[in-house]
Design a protein around this ligand. Structure first.
Ligand code: 3PG
Ligand code: CO
Length: 538
C-alpha cells in the first residue's frame, strides 16, 4: 500500500435486528451503505469468548475490544482471570489480600470495598465482591464497609435495587455472627468516582469526599438513598444518581476511610479505576484538594496500568498482553498516529497498546478534548474535529499507520435515548464520507470496524425471543448497555482493487484485524497472531 493504512473504530456501532430499536439501522448512512454494498465487507465477532470474556453471554466492551484489535490475539480478560483466581483460591493467597487482612486485623479499622455494584462484567462483578466479603468474614475481619457505585450503564438503566438487595442480604447474613459489615457511601457511576482519561476530575473529587471524608447528603441505607433520589428526580437513571453517604443513628457517617484501614477497589477494568487509585496512592497529588491523605493499605482488583505500575498492590495479575501490533510496528520503524476525543482517547492508545499508557517510538497521540455536556445533547460529539485533524495529519505523509475512534455510537448509545443515538450514527457516517476521498487521494487503505455494539439496540429485548420489551404504558424500555451483536468490517482501498476478504474464514473476530493491518503494510504477522482477514490469492 503506497499510502497510509487507517483503522477507524466506530465505537458502539454493531449490526443488529434492523428494526425500530436499532439506531444504526434507522440512521441515514449513505457512506456506510455504499461501502457495505460495493467494497469488501464482512461481520466480525466482538463479544464473549472472541474477546477473552468468560462466556458468549458476555457483551463486548471497549477494553476487551481494543485489546483484541491491538494485540492480534485473544487474551483471557479481567472478568475471566478474577473468576479463576477466586475459584482456585489464588487470590486469597496473594500478598495484596494477605496484607489487607493483616492491616485491618492489626489496627481494628474496617476493610473497605469500593466499586461498581452490578453483574455487568465490564468493570466489575457483584459475585467477586461477595466472594471477597465472605472470605474477609471467614478470616475474622470484624468491620467491613462497602462503597457502592450504582450502574445502570452495563445493566438495565434502573436495576440498582436488585443489586442493593443482594448486597444487603449478604451483609445481614454476616452481621448475624456479630460482625459489623455495612454499606458506607455510594452514588451513580457517571456522577462520582469513575471518571476516565481525566475528562472530569471533579467527579472523582465528589466521590473522594463521600467515600473517604464522609461528606455529603446522609441516608440511613443504600436502598433509602436510591429510592429517595429517584423520587426527587423522576426519570433519573442509576448511572446519574448523585453521590451520598450512609449515616448511623447519631447522624454521623458510618464509614469514613481513616488511617490504618485497608481499601480494595474491586473493579477489574482500568480506565475508570486509574484516577481514584491515583488519589489513594500519589504522595504529591494536585488534581483536587484531597485533604489529609489517609494512611491506608490500598489495592486494586488488578493492576490497571502496566507502565505506571498503578496501583502498586493488586489482587489478580492482569493479562500479559505483549508483542502488540503497535510494538511490532514501532520495532520496524513504522510511524503511527492514534487519535480520538478524551472519552475514548485511552481506547486507541492505552487499551490498544495492551493497557500501557506510554507512547512507543514513532507513535503520535492526539487527544481532542471532549464536551462535558450530556452526550444526548451533543450527539455529534467531536467526530468532525477528530476527522479534521486526522485528515491534516494524513496529508503530512508522516504516518504509515493511523487509528482513530469515533465515540458517538457508544457514548450516546449509553444514554438510552434513541433519537440522539440516530444523530450520533449519522455524525459518524458524515465523517466517513469526508475520509474516503482523502484515502483515495493518498492511495491508502481504510478499514472501518467497531469495538462492540451499542446504538444497534436502544430498546431492551427479551433474552429468549428477542422481542422489544415494553413498560406498563406500552412504551419500549430504553436500553443503555452494549449488545451481543457482531460489528461491521469494511475495507476501502481503491488503489488495490484486488484486495478481498477471505470468505472461507467463518468465525473471524476483532483479533483478526491486527494481522490484516500488517498485511496491508506489507509485513508478515507473527505466527501466533490470528490470521489476516484478506485472501492472499487474487
Ligand atoms: C463505560 O465505562 O462507559 C461502560 O461501562 C462501557 O463502555 P465502553 O466499554 O464502551 O467504554
Ligand atoms: Co460503551
Amino acid at each position: 500500500m503506497k499510502g497510509p493504512v487507517v483503522v477507524a473504530v466506530m465505537d458502539g456501532v454493531g449490526i443488529g435486528a434492523r428494526d425500530d430499536g436499532d439506531a444504526v439501522h434507522l440512521a441515514r448512512t449513505p457512506s456506510l451503505d455504499w461501502l457495505i454494498a460495493e467494497a469488501p465487507f464482512r461481520l466480525l465477532r466482538a463479544h464473549g469468548t472472541a474477546v477473552g470474556l468468560p462466556s458468549d453471554d458476555d457483551m463486548g466492551n471497549s477494553e476487551v475490544g481494543h485489546n483484541a484489535l491491538g494485540a492480534g490475539r485473544v487474551f483471557d480478560q479481567g472478568a475471566k482471570l478474577v473468576n479463576a483466581a477466586i475459584e482456585s483460591g489464588k487470590l486469597f493467597e496473594g500478598d495484596a489480600w494477605r496484607s489487607a487482612i493483616a492491616r485491618v486485623k492489626q489496627t481494628g479499622q474496617p476493610l473497605h470495598f469500593l466499586g461498581l455494584l452490578s453483574d455487568g462484567n465490564v468493570h466489575s462483578h457483584i459475585e467477586h465482591l461477595f466472594a471477597l466479603i465472605r472470605r474477609a468474614a471467614q478470616e475474622g475481619v470484624q468491620n467491613v464497609r462497602v462503597h457502592a457505585l450504582l450502574d445502570g450503564r452495563d445493566v438495565p438503566e434502573t436495576s440498582a435495587l436488585t443489586y442493593v438487595e443482594m448486597l444487603e442480604k449478604v451483609l445481614a447474613e454476616i452481621r448475624t455472627s456479630g460482625k459489623d459489615y455495612r454499606v458506607a457511601s455510594g452514588g451513580g457511576r457517571m456522577k462520582v468516582t469513575m471518571d476516565r482519561y481525566e475528562a472530569d476530575w471533579p467527579m472523582v473529587e465528589r466521590g473522594w469526599k463521600h467515600h473517604v471524608r464522609g461528606e455529603g447528603r446522609g441516608f440511613r441505607s443504600l436502598g433509602d438513598a436510591v429510592e429517595t433520589l429517584r423520587a426527587e428526580t423522576p426519570g433519573v437513571i442509576d448511572q446519574n444518581l448523585p453521590g451520598f453517604v450512609i449515616v448511623g443513628d447519631d447522624g454521623e457517617p458510618v464509614g469514613r476511610i481513616e488511617d490504618g484501614a485497608a481499601v480494595i477497589l474491586f473493579n477489574f477494568r482500568g480506565d475508570r479505576a486509574v484516577e481514584i487509585s491515583r488519589a489513594f496512592e500519589e504522595a504529591t497529588f494536585t488534581k483536587f484538594d484531597r485533604g489529609a491523605k489517609p494512611d491506608v493499605f490500598f489495592a486494586g482488583m488488578m493492576q490497571y496500568d502496566g507502565d505506571l505500575k498503578l496501583p502498586a498492590h493488586f489482587l489478580v495479575p492482569p493479562p500479559e498482553i505483549e508483542r502488540t501490533l503497535s510494538e511490532h510496528l514501532a520495532a520496524n520503524g513504522v510511524t503511527q498516529l492514534a487519535i480520538s476525543e478524551t472519552q475514548k482517547f485511552g481506547h486507541v492508545t492505552y487499551f490498544w497498546n495492551g493497557n500501557r499508557s506510554e507512547a512507543l517510538a514513532g507513535e503520535t497521540w492526539i487527544e481532542v478534548p471532549s464536551d462535558t455536556r450530556p452526550f444526548e445533547e451533543r450527539p455529534w460529539m467531536k467526530a468532525a474535529e477528530i476527522t479534521d485533524q486526522l485528515i491534516d495529519q494524513l496529508r503530512t505523509g508522516k504516518h504509515r499507520h493511523a487509528r482513530l475512534n469515533w465515540a458517538n455510537g457508544d457514548m450516546v448509545g449509553h444514554t438510552g435515548v434513541r433519537e440522539p443515538a440516530i444523530v450520533a450514527v449519522e455524525s459518524v457516517d458524515l465523517q466517513i464520507g469526508r475520509l474516503l476521498p482523502v484515502i483515495k487521494e493518498l492511495q491508502g487503505a481504510l478499514l472501518i470496524t467497531a469495538d462492540h455494539g451499542n446504538a444497534d439496540e436502544m430498546y431492551e429485548r427479551d433474552k429468549k425471543t428477542g422481542a422489544i420489551q415494553r413498560d406498563e404504558h406500552g412504551r419500549p424500555k430504553a436500553k443503555t448497555s452494549h449488545t451481543l451483536n457482531p460489528v461491521p468490517c469494511c475495507l476501502y482501498a481503491p488503489s488495490a482493487p484486488e484486495l478481498r476478504f477471505d470468505e472461507t474464514m467463518k468465525n473471524a473476530g476483532l483479533a483478526n484485524v491486527a494481522a490484516t493491518v500488517l498485511h496491508l503494510l506489507g509485513f508478515a504477522a507473527p505466527a501466533d497472531y490470528l490470521p489476516s482477514l484478506l485472501t492472499t490469492s487474487e
